[in-house]
Every structure is written in C-alpha cells, then in structure tokens.
Design a protein around this ligand. Structure first.
Ligand code: HEC
Length: 115
C-alpha cells in the first residue's frame, strides 16, 4: 500500500509539472528568475528579450540557454565551481535547481523564448 501511495504521489507530481510547464520537473523557474534578479542581474541580462548585459563581458542568459550543449548538468557544474570572474558565486541546492529551471526556460522554443 505504501508503495502504491508513493507511486501515485509521483504521478500527481509529474502531472502538475507537465501542466505548469517545468521542462523536467526540477526547480521552479519563477523563483529562479527572482533569484537571478537579486544575484545575477547586476552583470547579466537575465530576461528572455534582453541581449545586452549590464557588464558586457557577461553573456546574456538567453545566449547561455541557447548555447549548444547547455544542459542541466552543465549548468549545475558551472554554478558549483568558483568562476574566475565570479568569485564566491556558488549556487547550490534549491536555488541552483530554480535558477537552472529558469535559464533552461529561455531556450528557443521553450516556454519563454527570446524574441
Ligand atoms: C560580477 C558580475 C557577475 C555576476 C554578479 C554574475 N556573473 Fe555570471 N558571468 C560573469 C562574467 C564576466 C562571465 C563570463 C566569464 C567568462 O566567460 O570567462 C560570466 C559567465 C557566466 C556563465 C557562463 C556562460 C558560459 O557560456 O560559459 C553563466 C552560466 C553565468 N555567468 C551565470 C551566472 C549566474 C546564474 C549568476 C547569478 C547567480 C551570475 N552569473 C552572476 C559575471 C557575473
């Protein structure tokens, strides 16, 4: 019975994610956007339609999202590695899941495609 409940709960969760447009059900893109506004927007253009970053050396998030080969894994490795130009900026756990869900939502053809 326990097992059945677990399986049923999983199904409900999957259905909810499908309905709300989460690409793979991990992370909340809306909260990822909030996190990006607070932590990344000083340097990066973070919105889908923005292509010019406040700090011109920083790629716009929609450019990052549309780089061939950008996946959840690639982004999560990047976010957990101290970056030469982004010292102390390590994002992990739920914040990383949300942020990655948001960045991946900017992929062309995604839910919030760049214009
Ligand atoms: C102080 C400015 C600054 C802040 C704040 C900042 N970044 Fe960056 N970021 C950069 C710069 C500059 C680069 C380009 C570095 C390079 O290519 O060597 C970069 C590169 C990246 C890349 C890699 C793109 C690629 O294709 O390799 C990602 C992803 C990224 N930043 C995500 C984030 C996220 C997510 C945040 C907020 C949590 C953030 N950055 C906050 C300056 C910043």
């Amino acid at each position: 019975m326990r097992r059945f409940i677990a399986a049923a709960t999983g199904l409900v969760a999957l259905t909810v994610c499908a309905l709300t447009g989460h690409a793979d059900g991990i992370g909340d893109p809306a909260r990822g956007l909030e996190f990006a506004q607070a932590n990344c927007a000083g340097c990066h253009a973070i919105l889908g339609e923005e292509t010019i970053s406040p700090n011109p050396d920083s790629p716009a998030f929609n450019a990052v999202a549309n780089t061939p080969g950008i996946t959840r894994t690639a982004l999560s490795v990047f976010l957990q590695t101290p970056h030469p130009t982004m010292p102390n900026l390590i994002v992990a756990g739920e914040d990383a899941d949300n942020l990655i869900a948001y960045i991946l939502s900017l992929k062309a053809g995604g839910q919030n495609p760049p214009k």
